[in-house]
Design a protein around this ligand. Sequence first.
Ligand code: BGP
Length: 486
Amino acid sequence: MAHFPETFLWGGATAANQYEGGALEGGKGLSVCDVLTGGSLTRKRQMTWIDTETGKTGYMDLRPRHSVELPEHAVPAVIAGEYYPSHKAVDFYHRYKEDIALAAEMGFRAFRMSINWARIFPHGDEEQPNEEGLQFYDNVFDELQKYGIEPLVTMSHYEMPLDLAIRYGGWKNRKLIGFFENYASVLFTRYKGKVKYWLTFNEIDNINGFPFICAGVKEYDAQAIAQAAHNLFVASARTVKRKNEIAPDMMVGQMLAYMPVYGCTCDPKDQLLAMEKERDALFFSDVQVGGEYPRYKLKEYERKGIVLEMEPDDLELIRSYPCEYIGFSCYKSMCVSAQQPEARNLKNPYLKVSEWNWTIDPDCLRITLNELYDRYHKPLWIVENGLGAEDRIEDGKIHDSYRIDYLRDSVKSIKEAIELDGVEVMGLTVWGWIDIISAGTGEMRKRYGLVYVDMDDEGNGTLKRIRKDSFWWYQKVIRTNGEDLE
Ligand code: BGP
């Protein structure tokens, strides 16, 4: 059977807005996620707002592919008496030592986390950073270093300062490029020698469906989204450039949300549609990694009358400073049919689904790894993969064999891509290695962890950490460098 390289970076992944908490401590400002309520079986996650003239407050559904339509004079805001899961999350802010010890016990070589942008620049447009915020991450990185664990740091994981969305309209405003460049420079200067691996924008392609959470853009509008994407690309290139100037041995990666798209039948029309759907994501890596706008996208912009505002050296910058590796999330695959072109998530008769109706596709990673490697020939890192499921505690234990089965198939699929196809894979950081808040639903019930956290959808619980069966399984996988998967 195949062998993983000795340098393979096994580990787990998290994001500040879902994990860290301490949202109103240490001088941190509000981020776009801090105005989202929790979700549960009986309640959807919503955004709260306040009317700046009347003081009236209210709730709004955040539906994918829809504009954020607030009443006139209303702005997203925190309102009294509401539960916001990001504010406490599962309290990494105060428990990082305990959690990092657990990660070390599993044998982690890499620890993916994000820096909460609003902790460093509370409003986003300040010139000087918040020292208390910087110090917090210094403490975290020192703790990781103690155990020889490499941090993998996302610079913006749905955590842009809320003010940048409210006052500047988010990433469609070119000014954000400068703010981000300043933020990136501060991080590189401060943490060089402590952090080697960086990711710029989490799941950048999710701007297609969630422009507000990804980019602070309220309008679900093709022109606004295209302009925001362009500004993100320029910011990405400038980030790589700054990194080269400050600490060239660090690496800046792209972060893509990817799922293979299958045509439901061998009707060529289904295959064509599948190709187009995959391009919705690949466009972002074509530019951010490949270094130029693909012709299919320029043609689409032309057809739709989309015109980008650019500065003369934008395209040259994008070409000269591509990301150096691709980090991607991959949980599931998708099935499309030309008969129902608008339908998403058609049932794939060959695959089972999770309790949240996400397909469980054992070949998903091998397919994705090959697709991305063939296209860009750059190293790849699976920075998110895992199974969201409801867990039950029996006698103080959690027997999550379903999660082990899912992860075993993932590791096998990666192994095949390495051994049979020769793909260059840097590592695997299992998503939500410790139970955290779900990004999509705001629930706690949707658990990905190898470590259980005692907390419910309303935020009640002791926050006690309990090792699940999958904890011991993953520990063994890491110890044997992926040889023993049973
Ligand atoms: C990705 C995000 C994560 C995450 C994960 C699982 O989209 O980068 O932040 O949470 O998906 O999604 P969910 O939490 O909705 O189950």
